[in-house]
Ligand binder design. Structure first.
Ligand SMILES: [Fe+2]
Ligand SMILES: [Fe+2]
Length: 324
């Protein structure tokens, strides 16, 4: 046995042995599918003077060639950025998070024995399916509001693509299942950083910040849930599983923080903005533009709770350039 078994529960006030019980008990009041469905489903007309997506989150927004584009083209890029963001969230939920929640429910991973864990996983899965519905509704409303007759066929976001590429290197089912779990755990712990950015943004349509705010509220519970569930699972892992978990966790962190340049190129080319390749190449040359967000302190806390910080090849302080 390793030191993992004697690990004290995390001393953070929101995490502890009764965390799952408490979070699961609050679900009927907290879940946005229960409490906010009516608010969300009421269509709201777009407000003049507000954008669909925060301009400052478009990495090439200040590039001279982008500023040279017509206002109409820049506005369409902004609208498609919002659409692509929703598509990205849906793809992450549908192709990574939900399959993992199913695996968790079907006993693919050891340690999900206590009822509170099963209940919290089931509730989270329901939330995720609802999130897909919220984001597809948001996309449809945007399409109608702007009379979008054509849109790009959004492909898998960079986060999913990196997972699928990595899976090609592994042939054992347990290895591939574990990669899904790693991606989901990091995603669930991290997703709120970006949602909160949108939720607080006053330059975008109120409906758009509302979607992010509702989603973020559910995810504020999912983070502690997956952290607790992961602790239950990890103590049951054998040596190979622990080794793979520690080895591949940094890949998930880097993938989930990555700026999605393929998506940006797709949008710029779809709109027909001149100099798309140049804009993206110039932006990528600037320091720090590989990542959208670099705060992975919630993942760092889990790593510490699991007692594996010395096995994780990732610098959570952001001072050292991590492996690509
Ligand atoms: Fe979600
Ligand atoms: Fe979630």
């Amino acid at each position: 046995m390793t030191e993992i078994y004697s690990q004290e529960p995390c001393s953070e006030p929101h995490v502890g042995p009764n965390t799952l019980k408490r979070i699961a008990a609050a679900w009927p009041r907290r879940a946005t599918i229960r409490s906010d469905m009516t608010t969300f489903m009421q269509p709201a007309a777009p407000e003049a003077g507000l954008t669909d997506y925060p301009v400052h989150l478009i990495p090439f927004a200040e590039h001279p060639r982008f500023l040279d584009a017509s206002e109409e083209a820049r506005r369409l890029v902004n609208t498609l950025a919002w659409q692509a963001y929703n598509a990205r969230v849906i793809a992450a939920e549908e192709y990574v998070a939900n399959p993992t929640f199913e695996k968790l429910k079907h006993g693919v991973f050891p340690g999900i024995d206590r009822y509170e864990a099963k209940e919290a996983v089931q509730q989270s899965h329901i939330d995720e399916v609802w999130h897909t519905y919220m984001h597809m509704t948001a996309m449809q409303r945007t399409k109608e509001a702007h009379n979008l007759t054509a849109q790009p066929e959004y492909f898998h976001p960079v986060t999913n693509q990196r997972l699928f590429r990595l899976m090609d290197q592994y042939s054992e089912e347990w290895e591939r299942d574990l990669l899904f779990l790693i991606w989901t755990v990091v995603g669930e712990l991290h997703i709120n950083n970006f949602l909160e950015l949108l939720a607080r943004d006053e330059t975008i349509q109120p409906m758009h910040s509302l979607v992010a705010r509702l989603h973020a509220r559910d995810e504020a519970a999912h983070g502690p849930i997956v952290a607790e569930v992961m602790k239950d699972i990890f103590v049951h892992f054998n040596k190979e599983q622990r080794t793979l978990f520690a080895r591949r966790l940094p890949d998930a962190i880097i993938a989930l923080g990555a700026e999605d340049y393929e998506m940006w190129a797709q949008i710029l080319n779809f709109v027909g903005v001149a100099g798309a390749e140049e804009m993206i190449a110039d932006t990528r040359r600037l320091p720090g533009t590989d990542s959208m967000l670099t705060d992975f302190s919630t993942v760092e806390r889990l790593v510490r709770d699991l007692g594996i910080e010395d096995q994780i090849d990732y610098d959570f302080t952001g001072l050292r350039t991590s492996r690509a």
